[in-house]
Design a protein around this ligand. Structure first.
Ligand code: SF4
Length: 492
């Protein structure tokens, strides 16, 4: 529905297909290692990708045990739990969701049994955009199967449950054969790790929207959302799982198959905000890319100032880049409480507002009387920056110039990131001056989309940039395409 201010809201039944997730996935095949503990460390490294629930499934070779709960990785697992999960391979998941679907039922990995009593555990990062079609297909194949949550409606984890239900609907046919039938029917973003009792599998959607990498242990293999998770478990980086690739790992080694042609459209927001700075994407550390974005920002939006400060921690590399390029001194003017989750993923607006104050405290003696450049990674709803500017002025800053290392977020994401509806975004319909006034800054500058793209060193045609330019590379549900008045590249 169009709101009076030109924004767009979705009716409750339509919001069900709006993405809620940004998750981390991990898988390990290593019969000689303590796989539960490795998965724990892997999930720990991926905690930033999801902080509401965590889980793992471990296979002993004969049976699969699943343990998952609400909370951070360190809250969900303790030593005795990990000791009770012996096995030769495991998969794990960290999950973020918005309030409505933040329940134990939706924690992952999901688990389903085949008719012969064997099982399938599956973890998913991304969001499917054709769940309606897939539900109808599942209904044809196995009318009695239910994948709905207790709320009676599809939610973000149900698309994960839907994938397992479709696979299990093939009865006792080999999983590799079944996967090659099911995966080509999925649309949207999916980086998957899954396993039965004997084999670990991983797959990535043909566009490779979400990252997924392969690593090698001395005697074993690891797959993970980010290379930082490989580092933490002592695995060496082998390569990215290719878009459209499906791999299987077991005693016979690693087998790779293609279920679709590769049409890369990696999420540009991974570079800006989502991935860890010590992760490598496309052969380059995210930190280096962010420093380069900061340099670009300084070239595009120079200003006379005394000090460049970051909004810690994700604004730090770009603030370093801005300071290097502009010659303005770099300093730390804000202290972050590391134990508070990212503000943009808190479930409710009230908590989000409170979260800003809990999270950041200004260093008065550093900023008092100074003209500040404050570098942040994005403006999604504007609440963080508004509170921040006010806080810095109260702490004595004489000027506050805000610089953002991404363009304005103007469109919702359908591929796994919770930007919610257009009506909740600050940018649509507002000029940069309007936004500047709204957050109370002396000046405001966003890096251009071209500048950001250049900083990634990845060609524009290999990136998804839809939340900035509205050019959606993959089909989205037809009713939402109609509401937004867009045609996706896949539908053209
Ligand atoms: S719409 Fe934005 S956040 Fe979503 S996948 Fe594309 S670039 Fe990433």
């Amino acid at each position: 529905m169009l709101t009076p201010d030109g924004g767009l809201t979705l009716e409750p039944d339509q919001t069900e297909s709006v993405p809620r997730d940004e998750c981390g996935v991990f898988g390990v095949w290593a019969p000689d290692e303590d796989v539960a503990q490795l998965t724990y460390y892997g999930l720990f490294a991926l905690q930033h990708r999801g902080q509401e629930s965590a889980g793992m499934a471990v296979s002993s070779g004969q049976r699969i045990m699943v343990f998952k709960d609400m909370g951070l990785v360190a809250q969900v697992f303790d030593e005795s739990t990990l000791k009770s999960l012996p096995g030769q391979m495991a998969i794990g998941h960290t999950r973020y969701s918005t309030g409505g679907s933040s329940t134990w039922n939706n924690a992952q990995p999901t688990f389903r049994s085949f008719e012969d009593g064997t099982g399938l555990a599956l973890a998913h990062n991304g969001n499917l955009t054709n769940t309606g079609e897939l539900e109808a297909w599942l209904h044809e194949r196995a009318p009695e199967t239910k994948v709905h949550s207790k709320r009676g409606a599809m939610d973000s984890t149900s698309d994960t449950a839907l994938i397992s239900a479709l696979m299990v609907s093939y009865g006792d046919r080999p999983i590799e054969e079944v996967t090659l039938e099911v995966l080509p029917r999925l649309k949207g973003a999916f980086s998957l790790v899954f396993m039965n009792e004997r084999t670990l599998y991983a797959a990535r959607d043909p566009q490779g929207v979400r990252p997924l990498v392969l690593g090698r242990l001395h005697q074993g293999w690891v797959v993970a959302s980010e290379t930082a998770a490989l580092d933490i478990v002592g695995a060496s980086f082998v390569r990215e799982i290719e878009p459209g690739e499906f791999i299987a790992i077991d005693e016979a080694g690693l087998r790779s198959q293609r279920f679709a042609e590769s049409r890369p459209k990696g999420c540009i927001f991974e570079y800006v905000y989502l991935a860890r700075p010590d992760t490598t994407i496309a052969g380059r550390s995210v930190h280096t890319t962010r420093v380069e974005i900061g340099r670009q920002l300084a070239r595009e939006h120079p200003v006379e100032a005394d000090l460049v400060i970051p909004t810690p921690d994700s604004g730090t590399p770009s603030a370093i880049g801005y300071a290097l390029e502009s010659g303005i001194e770099f300093g730390l003017g804000l202290v972050k409480n590391a134990y508070v989750g990212r503000t943009f993923i808190q479930p409710s607006n009230t908590i989000r507002q409170l979260g800003i104050r809990l999270k950041l405290n200004p260093l008065r003696e550093v900023i008092d009387g100074k003209r500040l450049v404050v570098v942040d990674d994005s403006i999604v709803r504007g609440n963080t920056q508004r509170a921040l500017v006010r806080m810095l002025r109260e702490a004595g800053a004489s000027q506050v110039h805000v610089r953002i290392s991404s363009p304005p977020v103007e469109w919702p994401c359908f591929y796994g990131i919770d930007f919610a509806t257009r009506a909740e975004l600050i940018a649509p319909g507002l000029t940069v001056d309007d936004i500047c006034r709204s957050i109370g800054a002396d000046s405001l500058g966003f890096v251009s989309l071209e500048g950001l793209t250049e900083a990634t060193t990845v060609p524009a045609e290999r990136l998804c940039r839809a939340c900035f330019d509205g050019q959606y590379p993959i089909s989205i549900p037809p009713e939402q395409a109609k509401l937004l008045g867009i045609q996706t590249e896949e539908d053209l």
